[in-house]
Design a protein around this ligand. Structure first.
Ligand SMILES: CC(=O)N[C@@H](CCC[C@H](N)C(=O)O)C(=O)O
Length: 376
C-alpha cells in the first residue's frame, strides 16, 4: 500500500517550474510503474513532463477523467518544515504536491478491481505558467480513446476545514490574463533629470493609474482584479532608470469584462508612455486560463454524491478570482472542479502555506468512492 504522507513529503521537497518538472515526472513514473506493473488493463503515455494513465474498463460505455497538476512556484519556502523544499527559490505553495498525492492514492484504490468504464488520470504540467492542460490538448493527447467524456479535478483551499468540499453549478474560478509591460526611456545621472527620461517614474504613475480600472471602469456588480506582483526597475540611488518591467495578472468572471480590462490597461500604458515620452511594449496573454465553468448537471450529481457521504461537509460556494487552466479543458470536455479544505492560516502562494495532511486520506476515500460509482 502506498505511504501517502511520505509521497506528499517527497514531492513537497522537489517543486519545479512548469514544463521543467523532470524530477517530479521521474518520481511519479516510478510509482506509476510499480502500481500498474501487474495490471494488463492499464496504458500509460507521456507528453513532455505530463503523464496520462488509462485504466481500461472491462465493458466501457464512457470514460471518466481525473486531473491533477504537478508544477510548483518561484517562491522561497518559509514553512520551516523538516521536509521543506530542496529546490532553491521553488515551492509547492499552491498545494500541487497534495493534488498529486491524492491522485496517486485514488488511482491505487481504483486499481483494486478493473472498473466497468474507463478512467483517465492526467498528471498535468505547467498549471501556473504555460497552461499545460491546453498544451497537452492541442498536442492531441486526449484524442481517440484517451478522450474523457467527463473531467473532474480538485484544488486545495486553506481557509476551509478538512472535511469541507466546496463547489457550485456554475463558474468556480475566474478567467485570467497574464500582463507584461516594459517601459523604455533614457537613463542618466540623478543630477540631470532633464537630460534623461525616467522609466521608474512612468512605472509608478502607471501602477497608480491602473488601479482606476477596477474602481472606475468595471461595473461594480460584475468584478475584476488587476494585480501587479512584480516591478523591476533601476540599479542604484544616483542613476535614472532606463527601463521598468511590470508583470501582472487580470482576473474576471466573464470574457467581456476581461476584454474591457485588457483594453483599459493598454490605453493607460500607452497614455503614460506618450505623456512621458517613453516607449512601451505591452504583452497580454490569456492562453488557456479561461474561467472554470462547472457543468451544471455533472456538478449537481457530484454535489448530491458528496452530500450523502457521512464525513463530507458540502458547501455551495461563490466563484473565486483564482485562475486555473483546467478552465480550458472544461471548455472542451464537460466536468467539475471543487475546492478541498486543507485548513491552514496561510493563503495559497504564501511562503508559509502548509496544508493539513489529514486532508489526503479524506480526499482519497471520497474521490475514489465518487470515481468508482461513476466508473461502475
Ligand atoms: C489556483 C491558483 O492559484 N492558480 C493560479 C493560476 C495562474 C494563472 C496565470 N499564470 C496567471 O497568473 O494569470 C492563480 O494565480 O490563480
Amino acid at each position: 500500500m502506498l505511504d501517502l504522507i511520505k509521497i506528499r513529503r517527497d514531492l513537497h521537497q522537489i517543486p519545479e517550474i512548469g514544463l521543467e518538472e523532470f524530477e517530479t515526472h521521474a518520481y511519479l513514473m516510478a510509482i506509476l510503474h510499480d502500481l500498474t506493473a501487474d495490471k494488463a488493463f492499464v496504458d500509460l503515455k507521456t507528453w513532455q513532463t505530463g503523464i496520462l494513465v488509462k485504466v481500461n474498463g472491462a465493458a466501457p460505455e464512457k470514460t471518466i477523467g481525473w486531473r491533477t497538476d504537478i508544477d510548483g512556484l518561484p517562491i522561497t519556502e518559509e514553512t520551516g518544515l523538516p521536509f521543506k523544499s530542496r529546490h532553491d527559490g521553488r515551492m509547492h505553495a499552491c498545494g500541487h504536491d497534495m493534488h498529486m498525492t491524492i491522485a496517486l492514492g485514488v488511482l491505487e484504490k481504483v486499481l483494486e478491481n478493473q472498473p466497468k468504464n474507463t478512467l483517465i488520470f492526467l498528471f498535468q504540467p505547467a498549471e501556473e505558467n504555460e497552461a499545460g492542460g491546453m498544451l497537452m490538448y492541442e498536442a492531441g493527447m486526449f484524442e481517440g480513446d484517451f478522450r474523457p467524456d467527463e473531467f473532474y479535478g480538485l484544488h486545495v483551499r486553506p481557509d476551509l476545514k478538512v472535511g469541507d468540499i466546496a463547489t457550485n453549478r456554475q463558474t468556480l474560478f475566474a478567467g485570467t490574463c497574464e500582463v507584461k509591460i516594459n517601459f523604455k526611456g533614457t537613463g542618466g545621472h540623478a543630477a540631470f533629470p532633464h537630460m534623461a527620461n525616467d522609466a521608474l517614474i512612468a512605472a509608478s504613475y502607471f501602477i497608480t493609474q491602473v488601479q482606476t480600472i477596477v474602481s472606475r471602469n468595471v461595473d461594480p456588480i460584475k468584478s475584476a482584479v488587476v494585480t501587479f506582483g512584480s516591478l523591476h526597475t533601476g540599479t542604484t540611488n544616483n542613476v535614472i532608470a532606463e527601463t521598468a518591467q511590470l508583470h501582472g495578472t487580470i482576473r474576471t468572471l466573464t470574457k467581456e469584462m476581461n476584454e474591457l480590462t485588457q483594453q483599459r490597461l493598454r490605453t493607460i500604458a500607452e497614455g503614460i508612455a506618450l505623456s512621458f515620452g517613453l516607449e512601451v511594449e505591452i504583452q497580454l496573454k490569456q492562453g488557456g486560463y479561461l474561467p472554470v465553468e462547472n457543468n451544471p448537471e455533472l456538478a449537481n450529481e457530484l454535489m448530491l454524491f458528496f452530500d450523502k457521504q457521512a464525513d463530507v461537509n458540502l458547501i455551495e460556494i461563490e466563484p473565486a478570482m483564482t485562475g486555473e487552466d483546467f478552465g480550458y479543458l472544461l471548455s472542451k470536455i464537460p466536468g467539475v472542479m471543487f475546492w478541498l479544505g486543507v485548513e491552514t492560516p496561510y493563503a495559497l502562494h504564501h511562503p508559509k502555506m502548509s496544508p493539513n495532511e489529514t486532508a489526503i486520506a479524506f480526499a482519497v476515500e471520497n474521490v475514489a468512492a465518487f470515481l468508482k460509482e461513476k466508473a461502475g
